[in-house]
Ligand binder design. Structure first.
Ligand code: MCN
Length: 792
C-alpha cells in the first residue's frame, strides 16, 4: 500500500501545526511518530556548545602527529628520527620497530570480508614497505600539537622507490607491479552474480544490445570534522578508554582489542559529538590505534587529530569503479537482461571493500525493473592509492548509476521516451515481494506512483522533444529511478525508566548528524506513553550499551529504531503491572496516557509513571514482580528493506562553454513510514548535495606515481552552498512488512539518485548534438570537449 505526496503532506502539515515554539510538541493525543518535530540536538550545535573529540582535554595529555609516507610505493630503507627525538618538547618518536617490540600485535584487520587472497594485515606504522601515499611511517608524541607537527616534519624517511599503479584496470595487467606477493596481479577479490548462461541466452535472443563504458569517479569524503581520538590508559585496572570520531563504537572497540592485544571488555570506546561520517569513520585507522598504543606505552593520555591533508591522503576514499555495461532490449522496449563487468579500486591496503562487495553493489543492478537475466562480474584490485571503502551509498550509487545510464541509453537507441521505457519494465506493487536475478528480495513499493510524483512536479507530460531556452542553451531532463537496500544486521536498544520517572534510551547506533536523539525519542515516547520531553537518548558509549553494530548503510531506524521500540513496549508492560499493583487494579483495566495510568471507569484512580518507577526500584514489590524498570532488546529485522525513489533533474547546457545550470531538481522518495518527515527531507537534501558534488565537481586525482594531486580543499572541489540548487522533495509511503515500525532507510537516497539524474539530464540536453555520454564529474571543460568531439 502506498500513500501519495498529498497524504504525506497532510501529515507533515498536521505535524507543523502541532509544533510549539521550540518546534516540540507536548500534545499526547497524537502520535509523535510522523511529526516533523525539529531536531533537539541542533541548539547545542548551533550555539557552538557541543563538544567534539578535539575539544576534549585530559590532565597530562600529550599530542601525537603522524609522519606519513610521501612515497606511494617503495621499500623503507631508513627512518631518521634523531632531530625530532632531540627536541625538548618531544616526548617520544615511534617507528614500527617500537611497535614490534611491544606486546601489541600492532596491525589492523585488512577487511571483514573474505578475499581471494591472504595478504598481510595493515601495520600501524609501515614495516618494510609502503603501499600508498599517506601511509603512516612514524609517530611523534609531543607536549602540544604544534610541537608534534613541527617535529614530525623533521623525520627523514629514505625509500627505495618502486613502480606504482593507481588504476584498478591497469593494476590487474600482467605487467603491473604487484603490491602483495600474496595477491598476484593485485587481485583482491573476484565475484560473480547471476546466471551467466541465462544472460548470454537473453542477449542472443534480444533485438538489440546497447553498451556503455562508465567511470564512477573516485571521491574523498569531506566531513567537517577530521578523524580524531583521545586515548587514556588506566594502568591500575589495565583498561583503555578512547574517545573518538566513530560511527560504530563497538566495531572500534573490537579493532582496538585486535590491534593492541587487549580483551574487548578492557576497552571502552566513546564517540562524543561527531561532525559527519559519511562512511569514512566506520573503518579502523592506524592513527586512533596508535593514540591508544602510545597512551599505553607512555602512561599518559594521548590525543591525535588528523589534518585535512592527512584525512584526504589516508582516510578511506569512495567509489572508483570502471564498468563496461550492456543492456539487451527488444524493439518494443522490453528489457531482457543486463551484463556488467566492473573493476573496483581497493587502494593500497584494503581496510574494507564495501562498495565492491556483491552484497552492496551487484545485488542492486536490477534497479526497479523486472529483468529476467543479469550477470555481474567484479574484480577488486589493490592499487597504490588510499584505501577505498564506503562513502554514503557504498555500492548502491555505483549500481544504480550503471542501471539508470543503461536504461537511458537503451531508450535513446530505440527512439523511445526514457520514462516510457522505465514504465514498461518497472515492477508493479503486486509483483512484490520480488526476488531479482541477482538475489535481492524487494519488500514493498509502488515504483511507478513515486516516479509520477516526481514527473508531475516538472510537468514531464507537457515536455516537447528537444528544447532550447532564450539564451540558446540546450535544455534536458534526466530521470533516475532507484532502489536501495537497508537494514543490515542486529542492533541493541536499552530503555530505562529512572526512579524519578525520566526515561533514558541507549542504542548501539551512533548519530553524527542524522538526528537519532529526536527520532528515537519520538518512537519511545509513543511506545511508552510518556511525554516526549521526558525521554533522553544516548548513543556512542560501549560502557552504556551492551553491544552494537553502528550507523552506516541507512540501517539505524530499521534496527536501532525497532530495538528501542521493542524495549519501550516491554517496559510499558512491566510498568502496567507495577501500576496495577499500586492501584490495586487489573492490569488490563489500565490506560496509559501522557505519563499517567488511569483505571478505566474510575478516572480518580491514577498514578504517574514516576510513582510507578519509584515503586519499581523500591522495597515492597510483590513476589511476582522483579525490581527495576528497564529492558534491553537485540533486534534483527525480518529481512532487508528496499527504499525507492525517482529523482528528476532539469538542466540547461551552454553549447559554447559547456556550462551547466540545474534549473529544477525534484526528489520523490519512499522510505516507508516516516518517523520524522522534516529529518527525512533534510537527509534527502544532504544526500542530493553530495550527489551533485559527485556528478558535477568532485574528482580525486593521482599522478601516475601515486601522488595525490587533490590533497586540499583548494584542489578538491567540494560544492559550495551557492552551487547547490533549490531542491523539491516529494514522498510516497510504502510501509515495509519486514519490521514492526514499517520503516526503511533514507540516509543515502540522495547520493544514489542525483548522479544518474544529472548525467541523464545532460545526455538528454546534448542528444541533438550527438553527445551520447559524459563521465562524471560534469565539469564545464568535459562537457565542452564532449560537444567538440561530437561535432568532429
Ligand atoms: N528517518 C525517519 N524515517 C524513516 C527513515 C529515517 O524519520 N523512514 C530518520 C531517522 O530516524 C534518522 C534519519 O532519518 O534520524 C536517518 O535515518 P536512516 O536512514 O536510518 O540512516 P542512519 O541513521 O543509519 O544514518 C546513516 C546514513 C548514512 S549510511 C550516511 S553515510 C550518512 C547519512 O545517514 N551520513 C551522514 N546521513 C548523514 N547525515 C549527516 N548529517 N551526517 C552524516 O555523516
Amino acid at each position: 500500500m502506498s500513500e501519495t505526496t498529498g497524504e504525506a503532506a497532510e501529515r507533515a502539515d498536521a505535524a507543523a501545526s502541532a509544533r510549539d515554539e521550540d518546534g516540540e510538541s507536548g500534545d499526547a493525543d497524537e502520535s509523535l511518530v510522523g511529526r516533523g518535530i525539529s531536531r533537539r540536538e541542533d541548539a547545542a550545535l548551533l550555539r557552538g556548545e557541543a563538544e567534539f573529540t578535539d575539544d576534549l582535554r585530559a590532565p597530562g595529555m600529550a599530542h601525537l602527529a603522524l609522519v606519513r609516507s610521501e612515497c606511494a610505493h617503495g621499500d623503507v630503507v631508513d627512518v631518521d628520527t634523531a632531530e625530532a627525538a632531540a627536541r625538548e618538547d618531544v616526548v617520544a618518536v615511534f617507528t614500527w620497530a617500537d611497535v614490534a617490540a611491544s606486546d601489541a600485535p600492532g596491525t589492523l584487520p585488512l577487511t571483514t570480508e573474505p578475499l581471494d587472497c591472504d595478504p598481510p594485515e595493515h601495520p600501524l606504522l609501515a614495516r618494510e614497505r609502503v603501499r600508498y601515499q599517506g601511509q603512516p611511517v612514524a609517530a611523534v608524541v609531543a607536549e602540544d600539537r604544534y610541537a608534534a607537527a613541527d617535529a614530525a616534519r623533521t623525520v627523514n624517511v629514505t625509500y627505495d622507490e618502486r613502480e606504482a599503479v593507481v588504476d584498478p584496470v591497469a593494476a590487474t595487467a600482467e605487467s603491473a607491479p604487484d603490491l602483495f606477493e600474496a595477491a598476484p596481479n593485485n587481485v583482491a577479490l573476484t565475484s560473480e552474480l547471476g546466471d551467466a548462461d541465462a544472460t548470454d541466452e537473453a542477449f542472443a535472443d534480444a533485438d538489440r544490445v546497447v553498451s556503455l563504458d562508465l567511470e564512477n569517479n573516485r571521491l574523498m569524503p569531506t566531513a567537517m570534522e577530521p578523524r580524531a581520538a583521545l586515548a587514556r590508559w588506566s594502568a591500575g585496572d589495565e583498561r583503555l578508554t578512547v574517545e573518538m570520531t566513530a560511527q560504530g563504537p563497538h566495531g572500534e572497540r573490537r579493532k582496538f582489542a585486535h590491534s593492541l592485544g587487549l580483551a574487548e571488555g578492557d576497552v571502552r570506546v566513546v564517540a562524543p559529538r561527531v561532525g559527519g561520517g559519511f562512511g569514512h569513520k566506520n573503518t579502523p585507522y592506524p592513527g586512533d590505534s596508535l593514540a591508544g598504543w602510545a597512551a599505553m606505552e607512555l602512561g599518559r593520555p594521548v590525543k591525535w587529530t588528523a589534518t585535512r591533508r592527512g584525512n584526504y591522503l589516508a582516510g578511506n576514499h569512495g567509489r572508483d569503479h570502471r564498468t563496461h555495461g550492456e543492456v539487451a532490449v527488444d524493439d518494443d522496449g522490453t528489457i531482457r537482461g543486463f551484463r556488467v563487468e566492473t573493476h573496483a579500486n581497493a587502494g593500497g591496503h584494503g581496510l574494507g571493500f564495501g562498495p565492491a562487495m556483491p552484497g552492496s553493489y551487484g545485488t542492486l543492478l536490477a534497479g526497479q525493473y523486472d529483468v529476467p537475466a543479469i550477470h555481474c562480474e567484479t574484480t577488486v584490485a589493490f592499487t597504490n592509492t588510499a584505501p577505498v571503502h564506503s562513502y554514503r551509498g557504498a555500492g548502491r550509487p555505483e549500481a544504480i548509476y550503471v542501471t539508470e545510464r543503461l536504461v537511458d541509453a537503451a531508450a535513446r537507441e530505440l527512439g523511445t521516451d526514457p520514462v516510457e521505457l522505465r514504465r514498461r519494465n518497472q515492477l508493479a506493487p503486486e509483483d512484490l515481494p520480488h526476488e531479482t536475478a541477482v538475489g535481492a528480495s524487494y519488500d514493498s513499493g509502488d515504483y511507478e506512483a513515486t516516479m509520477d510524483e516526481a514527473l508531475d512536479a516538472v510537468d514531464y507530460a507537457e515536455r516537447t522533444a528537444t528544447e532550447r531556452d532564450d539564451e540558446g542553451r540546450y535544455v534536458g531532463v534526466g530521470v533516475a529511478c532507484l532502489v536501495e537496500s537497508s537494514g543490515f544486521s542486529f542492533e541493541s536498544g536499552v530503555v530505562r525508566v529512572e526512579p524519578d520517572g525520566n526515561v533514558r534510551v541507549y542504542a548501539g547506533t551512533h548519530s553524527h548528524g542524522q538526528g537519532h536523539e529526536t527520532t528515537y525519542a519520538q518512537i519511545v515516547a509513543d511506545e511508552l506513553g510518556v511525554p516526549y520531553e521526558d525521554v533522553a537518548v544516548g548513543e556512542g558509549d560501549t560502557e552504556r550499551i551492551p553491544q552494537g553494530t553502528g550507523t552506516f548503510a541507512s540501517r539505524s531506524t530499521i534496527t536501532g529504531g525497532n530495538a528501542v521500540a521493542e524495549s519501550a513496549r516491554d517496559v510499558r508492560g512491566k510498568a502496567r503491572r507495577v501500576a496495577a499493583h499500586l492501584l490495586d487494579a487489573d492490569p488490563d483495566a489500565l490506560a496509559l496516557d501522557d505519563g499517567t495510568f488511569r483505571v478505566e471507569g474510575a478516572p480518580e484512580r491514577t498514578c504517574e509513571v514516576a510513582e510507578v518507577a519509584e515503586a519499581a526500584y523500591g522495597p515492597g514489590l510483590p513476589d511476582h514482580l522483579s525490581p527495576g524498570l528497564e529492558a534491553t532488546t537485540f533486534y534483527e529485522p525480518e529481512g532487508t528493506t528496499y527504499p525507492h525513489g525517482t529523482h528528476v533533474a532539469v538542466v540547461a547546457v551552454d553549447p559554447e562553454t559547456g556550462e551547466i545550470e540545474i534549473l529544477r531538481y525534484v526528489a520523490a522518495d519512499d522510505c516507508g513510514e516516516q518517523i520524522n518527515p522534516t529529518i527525512v527531507e533534510g537527509q534527502i537534501h544532504g544526500g542530493v548535495a553530495q550527489g551533485i558534488g559527485q556528478a558535477r565537481y568532485e574528482q580525486t586525482a593521482y599522478d601516475e606515481d601515486g601522488s595525490l594531486l587533490t590533497d586540499s580543499m583548494r584542489s578538491y572541489a567540494v560544492p559550495r552552498a551557492g552551487q547547490i540548487p533549490e531542491m523539491e522533495t516529494r514522498a510516497t509511503v510504502s510501509p515495509s512488512p519486514r519490521n514492526d515500525l514499517g520503516v526503511k532507510g533514507v540516509g543515502e537516497a540522495g547520493t544514489i539518485g542525483a548522479p544518474p539524474a544529472l548525467v541523464n539530464a545532460v545526455a538528454d540536453a546534448l542528444e541533438p548534438l550527438g553527445v551520447r555520454h559524459v563521465d562524471m564529474p560534469l565539469t564545464d571543460e568535459r562537457v565542452w570537449r564532449a560537444i567538440r568531439d561530437a561535432e568532429q
